[in-house]
Design a protein around this ligand. Sequence first.
Ligand SMILES: NC(=O)c1ccc[n+]([C@@H]2O[C@H](COP(=O)([O-])OP(=O)(O)OC[C@H]3O[C@@H](n4cnc5c(N)ncnc54)[C@H](O)[C@@H]3O)[C@@H](O)[C@H]2O)c1
Length: 325
Amino acid sequence: MNFSGANVLITGGAGFIGSNLARTLVHMQANVTLVDSFIPEYGGNLENIADIRDKITLNIADVRDQHAMRYLVQGKDFLFNLAGQTSHMDSMTDPFTDLEINSRAQLFILESCRLHNPGIRIVFAGTRQIYGKPDYLPVDEKHALRPVDINGINKLAGEWYHLLYNTVYGIRSTILRLTNTYGPCMRIKDARQTFVGIWIRRLLEGQPFEVWGGEQLRDFTYVDDCVTALLLAAQAPQACGKVYNIGGDKVVSLKELADILIAVHGSGNYLLKEFPAERKKIDIGDYYSQDELIRKELGWAPQVPLEQGLATTLNYYTRHLKAYL
Ligand SMILES: NC(=O)c1ccc[n+]([C@@H]2O[C@H](COP(=O)([O-])OP(=O)(O)OC[C@H]3O[C@@H](n4cnc5c(N)ncnc54)[C@H](O)[C@@H]3O)[C@@H](O)[C@H]2O)c1
């Protein structure tokens, strides 16, 4: 992959996946611009980009600001479109903010590209949440789309705007439907971004963490593997207009994940709890991805085993805990 000298814009670039992507692109000698709103409830954190702060351009702006986005997309070769409201529960209690960011702003961004930079290449971070409760496992890209929460509906609209602009206006876009992604720079303050975050926080604070249900099956992608998939998708001409699932290196139950995390850390414990009623209504049950398509077409495969990824993640937060609380 060659991004040397490329002008790259990452929306949500100070967030978990965005900052890891930015770091890799800086090492590849790309000219990297980040746009992030740093809304406190979301994953943007200056600590995520502290080591590359002088090698990137940071725009503190909101993707809902049409004027900012119109300006920012100009002159860019690549757009990694990762900004999003990621909390499923928040999308239910504040549906209009989710709509504005995950759906309406996506249309602004695409319109800005159509009017001011139609040659840009886009990769959009979609989510497995849009499949809803699986009819079968593993879930492939042909599975019915039946979101179970507001966030899923708006993320679905966001990805379909990209596909439409690809087909109708030739704005080359690829969708990656991510599964649970974990690693350094994720939000661990609470469970807004991922439950793995709050598990790690509690573990490092010497407190038991809560496992709800425990039997649900999930796959987990280490963030470096996710970054590789984003970069591969951006440079593959055959990926334009396509949707790819991203999976993990193995499937585990939440209870197994908790046991692995504690084994890797060397100590800790958890409490098995009933799923809270308001969460149960929007839970998708077992899920894991069929990601054969991206393996076959783009040569992607997860490289980081779960145990290794968790060890690296724990190590990172042991050193940086304060900046994430
Ligand atoms: N992490 C996962 O497991 C996962 C799974 C599926 C999909 N995704 C998708 O990947 C993308 C990145 O997620 P992440 O896990 O890095 O979460 P994150 O919250 O760390 O990253 C999102 C970033 O977008 C920024 N942002 C939010 N609203 C914004 C706005 N209005 N204007 C500008 N910036 C804004 C946030 O500040 C944050 O830095 C999201 O679109 C998310 O839906 C993530």
